[in-house]
Design a protein around this ligand. Structure first.
Ligand SMILES: Nc1ncnc2c1ncn2[C@@H]1O[C@H](COP(=O)(O)OP(=O)(O)OP(=O)(O)O)[C@@H](O)[C@H]1O
Length: 281
């Protein structure tokens, strides 16, 4: 396996005593698209935040997170060169994390700040080439025509697509998406998942996406890692996830994962026009 992400012995206790992650060991190959599933509180967000180096694992542990051979954290300490590693990691949040008052294009350009000299990033001065790249990324996610609007004026689905465009501009090797469709309607959810699948397929970007719904995970992600109370309880092909297995893994909580996303609205059916006899009019 051409390993991009290596996680070893990840354990996390929060200050309130909650044991949120329990001896997590996962390898993810370059170019994989992996769904992280689990009921509410199972540890999905906590795991993604550890992978991004936003949270440190338990101190004094044997824990390790590496991305492309570079250390994110080891033994409960975030690596001192974390900024360099983070520039390779795009994070897509449930709540989009855009700056509401700034234009969409500027929000997307934020993805290129890590490549700029400090004085240019402070002044937010962007070159024509950088702007063209950001516009191109917005075109790829289907919202180029919104580039001049304030981020706050976009719909939730459009904001999430802008957040994905930001990771494209960033040139991230891995995109970590934390419940990116949790607050979206079914049609916007479908678009966002299709965009994530497309950047995985076309750019070879490794995608790890946490989801509540098993049906979405099975549709878009060949591999699923399932968490329950901070522990990996399944790691394998999504096709192996039957309702029976989910009930075995989660008990009654399986219902939360099996609840389908509302079906897409049926396309309008064209009713063939037929001439009516004059008397029927
Ligand atoms: N900062 C924190 N302090 C204390 N406990 C926390 C903290 N963050 C998360 N937890 C706890 O850790 C556990 C895992 O939380 P996490 O948010 O990772 O779950 P999740 O699977 O992402 O849930 P959801 O699907 O509801 O977002 C939960 O019991 C949560 O209450």
């Amino acid at each position: 396996m051409n390993t991009l992400l290596r996680i070893r012995h990840l354990d996390k206790h929060f200050a309130n005593g909650r044991h949120a992650l329990r001896d997590i060991n996962i390898d993810v190959a370059r170019g994989d698209m992996v769904a992280l599933i689990g009921a509410s509180g199972s540890g999905k967000s906590t795991l993604l935040r550890h992978i991004a180096g936003l949270v440190a694992a338990d101190g004094g542990s044997q824990s390790l997170v590496e991305i492309d051979g570079c250390c994110v954290q080891k033994g409960g300490r975030i690596h001192r060169d974390i900024r360099k590693v983070r520039s390779q990691v795009g994070f897509v949040f449930q709540q989009f994390n855009l700056v509401a008052r700034l234009p969409v294009l500027v929000n997307v350009l934020v993805g290129s700040l890590h490549r700029m000299p400090w004085w240019r990033s402070l002044a937010r001065v962007f070159t024509a080439q950088e702007r063209a790249q950001a516009l191109d990324a917005l075109a790829r996610v289907g919202i180029a025509d919104c580039h001049a609007q304030r981020a706050s004026t976009l719909s939730g689905g459009q904001q999430q697509r802008a957040a994905i465009a930001r990771t494209l501009v960033q040139g991230a090797k891995v995109v970590l998406a934390d419940e990116p469709i949790a607050s979206l309607d079914p049609e916007s959810s479908r678009k966002v998942m299709e965009i994530l699948a497309r950047i995985n397929r076309e750019d070879g970007c490794t995608v790890i996406v946490s989801l509540h719904q098993v049906d979405v995970a099975m549709k878009y992600c060949p591999r699923v890692v399932a968490l329950n109370q901070g522990r990996v309880v399944f790691d394998g092909p999504s096709s192996a996830l039957t309702p029976a297995l989910l009930h075995e893994l989660y008990g009654v909580q399986a219902e939360e994962l099996l609840r389908p996303v509302a079906p897409e609205p049926a396309p309008p059916v064209a009713v063939p026009w037929t001439a009516q006899p004059a008397s029927a009019v």
